[in-house]
Design a protein around this ligand. Structure first.
Ligand SMILES: *Cc1c(COP(=O)(O)O)cnc(C)c1O
Length: 376
């Protein structure tokens, strides 16, 4: 994996902001609530290991990832906290999870029965920690039927299992209309009420639920994802109810600067032509770094001023029009603050026709991550 340390383009990740965001959420929850920090997809692009460590020492009680490989990467780096895989893991790899003490999401009775059979043959050294997923309306994974769910809970009494948690996931917690959300809550409550002994971790809330449905969270644990990174899960739709600070900013610098003569064109397709003589700078960042190609014509920040992206964004470079001459090495902000002005992940997402989640997770490995934190 190539990490562009020798180029002036970086994702600056402020781990103090991350810890602040966790504390903000913690203050808003009932006492003794637990937070699982969602660090899937390279911690939403911010870097799995540094973010996981910062989240844990910032107050998170455990971690969630999407796939088993991500969980094992945490273990390989000495992180032993509760780690839940949110997706479905093939049964044949579940023994690896058991031995690494990684918790798995299980969404069907079939899966449990297969593991039960397998365990008689393989005899894993440790019980497999299981969180049963309940599909209350997301329609992705999980139990939809209470009697099957109860059979699964009964099967978890076998010694090769440890019933550690149960959870559901909301489809519309970031919507101003709570009808579908309420319907999911009711469905979930029926599952909770159907068993005599609840597992230690009961969780229903994602970031949006933690922000806009605090009163409906009856579970003892929340899964904090995008809000931990200081981003609004609803885009611009709903106002944040917590004081969240954006964790990352994307910065580059001028690598080349020239005066472009009136009538000359810029970049592939020659779609941009200088109306008059103007200063043009080239930046060492492009769509292969995760800065979307469709941002052509959008803006970046130089010295507190917006500058237009001139011509098509290339794979590794892009050009911008400067208001006046700036030398090579001048900092450029593509996402974040410069002077009084700011370009947020939401602004980029809106321009690109996507959501802030996708902007963050697309920042590629070639972009060097720089971590900032105070020493306390
Ligand atoms: C990704 C994910 C989350 C985190 O979602 P945010 O909107 O970022 O808080 C929580 N739960 C599950 C099951 C997920 O897949």
């Amino acid at each position: 994996m190539i990490n562009g340390r020798l180029r002036d383009t970086s994702l600056i990740v402020n781990l103090d902001a991350l810890r602040h965001n966790i504390q903000e959420q913690k203050k808003a929850l009932p006492e003794n609530s637990r937070i699982l920090a969602v660090v899937k997809a390279n911690a939403y692009g911010n870097g799995l290991i540094p973010v996981a460590n910062a989240a844990l020492n910032g107050g998170a009680n455990g971690l969630c990832v999407a796939i088993l490989d991500e969980a094992l990467e945490l273990r390989d780096n000495g992180i032993e906290a509760l780690t839940l895989v949110l997706g479905i893991t093939p049964v044949e790899y579940a023994v690896i999870a058991a031995e690494a003490g990684v918790s798995l999401t299980v969404g069907s009775l079939d899966w449990l029965e297969q593991y039960h059979q397998l365990a008689q043959v393989v005899k894993p050294q440790k019980p497999l920690k299981v969180h049963l997923g309940i599909d209350s309306g997301m329609g992705r994974i999980g139990f939809t039927d209470i009697s099957t769910f109860k059979q699964a809970v009964a099967l978890l009494n076998n010694p090769e299992f440890e019933f550690e948690g149960m959870f559901t996931h909301f489809a519309t917690a970031d919507s101003p209309d709570a009808t579908y959300f309420d319907h999911q809550v009711q469905c979930w409550q029926k599952f909770v009420a159907s068993i005599d002994h609840l597992p230690p971790y009961v969780h229903m809330a994602n970031s949006a639920t933690g922000l806009w449905h605090q009163e409906t969270i009856t579970a003892n644990t929340i899964r904090m994802g995008i809000s931990m990174y200081g981003q609004n899960p609803s885009g611009h739709d709903l106002k944040l109810t917590l004081d969240l600070q954006p964790v990352s900013s994307l910065v580059s610098s001028i690598a080349f600067v020239k005066k472009l003569k009136a009538g000359r064109s810029v970049s592939y397709g020659a779609t941009y032509t200088a109306a008059k003589d103007e200063w043009l700078a080239t930046l060492p960042i492009g769509y292969a770094d995760g800065y979307p190609r469709c941002m052509t014509g959008y803006k970046v920040l130089v010295d507190g001023q917006f500058c237009e992206i001139a011509g098509r964004v290339c794979m590794d470079q892009m050009m911008i029009r400067l208001p006046k001459y700036y030398p090579v090495g001048t900092p450029v902000v593509l996402m974040g603050k410069s002077g009084e002005k700011e370009i947020t992940a939401n602004d980029l997402a809106e321009q690109a026709g996507t959501i802030n989640y996708e902007i963050l997770t697309n920042i590629s490995n070639r972009v060097h991550r720089v971590y900032q934190q105070s020493n306390d």
